[in-house]
Every structure is written in structure tokens, then in C-alpha cells.
Design a protein around this ligand. Structure first.
Ligand code: PHE
Length: 345
């Protein structure tokens, strides 16, 4: 072993090493080359381990050649690593390119349930007369659902509402939105113009025109000098906005414990326009709501002085109005959640 042969081996090691670096296809390959040539058990270490057998004056020269070879390989590896890195980045950029000029994918949009749509239209119409929407709870007290509305316990008028009671004594599922009248009267001061849409519940057999679960929209107006003529004018305006400007309307006497006098409000049948058909049971008229002047006892229960204030209230079935609006013949459609039905609106 002499200086010449070791130096020769180091030179060819450098040549091989540089070639291996140049042909490394990716970062992983390059790492393997680095380990093979410069690692702790790599080629360079192996060749240089023969240095101990050289005469002392040759050792520094061989060491210098060894350092040159190491530096040459390290420099080549660093350069190759950055080349391979930018190649990898370029190909990722090419593969993941986003064309920002493409039109977006349209989102699938749902639509409002026809009953909710109808409630909104009702609120829009009454909103034009200054009515503000409130909401009351679906679980009500017997007090507000009945007693405060002038329907004492065991009173036969309770038979008008087949009630679903809860396990909690005194609590029930509201049978109508009228308890909202009490909430609003206790919470605000006249002049009151309130609209109360909401879900109601009754213990009833389901058929084409009755659901055990349905929506009502309650209206309440209280002020000094409010009259039944105001009620009539407002309901006419509503019927015209909802069913057309020339739709005939009428009041019929009705009965509710919480209004006096009470009325039923009819519109000329929207199917046959009064000629008589099965939808209006040949009467030519359709009842769309119950209404009346708020009973003095109810005003007092709401914390208002009936000597000073008068008011009217009305309550309409949202499904009923929606059926007339869209020509739907069975109330059960609204609860079945059949998309073939719902997607038509
Ligand atoms: N709450 C009554 C019902 O459910 C309707 C109504 C409301 C009548 C307001 C008069 C006044 O049948």
C-alpha cells in the first residue's frame, strides 16, 4: 500500500460517487448513495482506513485528497437534492393545478316546506299592517291554554279541543296558538299588533282534513277604540292579498269562550268560485279562520283594563290556507315528508 495506489482509489471513488449522485432518480435514491459513499461504513471510510499502513510523511497528503473527495461528493449531493426537490414540487404543482376560471359546481338547494312558505306569506301580508311576529312555547300551561282564556277546568267548552296532556300536572301540548295572546298581553303594552305562528297538537284521528299536529297563525290587536269593523276590514284585506282582489268574504256567528262576539270568517270557494263543489261541500264558501273581539275577562287576565282597551283576535290553520293556495286535497301530505310532494314547491 502506497500513496499512489490509495490516491488512485480515491479518485475513482470520487468518479463513481459523482456518477451515482447524478443518476439518483429521487430523494430516497440519493440518500442511499450518500450513505453508501459517505456513511460511517461507506466507501470513503473503507479506503481511508488503509491510511495507517502508509509512511508517516504520506498520511497528510492522503488525508488532503480524502477531504477533497468528501467535499466534491457533498457539494454534488446538496446540488442534486435541491434539483430533485424542485422537480418533485413542479410535478405536484402540475398534478394539483386548480383552474380558477372553471365555473363552480352548483350546490343542491332545498326549498321551504309549503306550510312554512304559507306562514311567511301570512306574516308578510299582516306585516304590512304593522303586525310583529312573536313565538310562544309548544308545551303550555293549562292556565294559559285554557283558564286564562276563560275556559275553566271541567267546562264543557274544553271538549272543543281534544288535548294531549304531559306527565307533568298542569302542562300540556298547546291545542291552539291562543295562549300566545296571554304571553303578549303580559309582556307588552298596547297598542298591540302581534302575529303568533306555531305548531299545535290535538288528540284526534287523522283524516284528509285533520292532523294531530298542525300549524296555526294567531293574530292579536289591542288598543283604545278597536272595533269589530277594524277586524272585518283587516281580514278582508288579508283575504284579498292571499286569494285575489275580488274574492268575496263573509262573517258568520261563531263561538269561542275567549272572544265575544265570535265569528267564523269565510271566503268564496277558491275551487268553484261559489258554484258549489265537493271541496266546499256545495256551500260555495270556505271557512279559513275563527275570530272575535277579545273577551273582557281575557283582557283582564292579560293585565289590561277592559274599560280602557278593546281588541280582536283571530286564529287560522296554516295547512288549510296552504291547501287552498296550492290546490292540495289532503292534509296528510304535509306530514309525510315525501320528497316527490315537497319538491313541487
Ligand atoms: N283558537 C281558536 C281555535 O283553535 C281560533 C281562534 C283564535 C278563535 C282567536 C278566536 C280568536 O279554534
Amino acid at each position: 500500500m502506497d500513496y499512489g495506489s490509495i490516491a488512485g482509489r480515491l479518485d475513482s471513488l470520487q468518479e463513481d460517487g459523482l456518477a451515482a449522485v447524478a443518476s439518483a432518480a429521487d430523494i430516497v435514491d440519493l440518500e442511499a448513495v450518500e450513505v453508501a459513499y459517505l456513511g460511517r461504513k461507506g466507501e470513503l471510510k473503507t479506503v481511508l482506513s488503509g491510511i495507517g499502513q502508509l509512511p508517516a510523511e504520506d498520511r497528510p497528503r492522503v488525508g488532503a485528497v480524502g477531504n477533497r473527495v468528501r467535499e466534491a461528493l457533498e457539494t454534488a449531493i446538496v446540488a442534486r437534492r435541491s434539483d430533485l426537490g424542485s422537480v418533485a414540487l413542479d410535478s405536484r404543482l402540475a398534478a394539483e393545478r386548480i383552474d380558477v376560471t372553471l365555473p363552480g359546481r352548483p350546490l343542491r338547494r332545498g326549498s321551504l316546506h309549503p306550510v312554512i312558505e304559507t306562514n311567511r306569506e301570512i306574516a308578510r301580508i299582516f306585516g304590512q299592517f304593522g303586525f310583529v311576529v312573536y313565538e310562544g312555547p309548544e308545551v303550555e300551561t293549562d292556565e294559559r291554554n285554557f283558564r286564562a282564556l276563560n275556559i275553566p277546568p271541567d267546562h264543557p267548552a274544553r271538549d272543543l279541543w281534544d288535548t294531549l296532556y304531559t306527565d307533568l300536572p298542569g302542562y300540556l301540548l298547546r291545542t291552539h296558538t291562543s295562549p300566545g295572546q296571554i304571553h303578549v298581553m303580559q309582556a307588552t303594552k298596547p297598542p298591540i299588533r302581534a302575529l303568533l305562528p306555531g305548531r299545535c297538537f290535538r288528540y284526534e284521528a287523522v283524516d284528509a282534513s285533520h292532523g294531530f299536529e298542525f300549524f296555526q297563525v294567531e293574530g292579536l290587536m289591542v288598543d283604545e277604540g278597536t272595533t269589530m269593523a277594524d277586524l272585518r276590514g283587516l281580514l278582508d284585506a288579508f283575504a284579498h292579498a292571499m286569494f285575489g282582489a275580488r274574492r268575496a268574504t263573509r262573517f258568520r256567528p261563531g263561538y269561542y269562550p275567549f272572544t265575544e262576539p265570535s265569528v267564523a270568517f269565510d271566503v268564496r270557494c277558491v275551487v268553484c268560485d261559489g258554484a258549489g263543489c265537493s271541496a266546499c261541500q256545495r256551500t260555495g264558501w270556505m271557512t279559513i279562520l275563527g275570530a272575535g273581539m277579545v273577551h273582557p275577562i281575557v283582557l283582564r287576565n292579560g293585565g289590561l283594563d277592559p274599560e280602557r282597551y278593546q281588541g280582536f283576535a283571530f286564529g287560522m290553520g296554516s295547512e288549510r290556507i296552504a291547501m287552498l293556495r296550492y290546490g292540495i286535497d289532503d292534509i296528510r301530505h304535509f306530514l309525510e315528508n315525501d320528497l316527490r310532494f315537497l319538491e313541487q314547491f
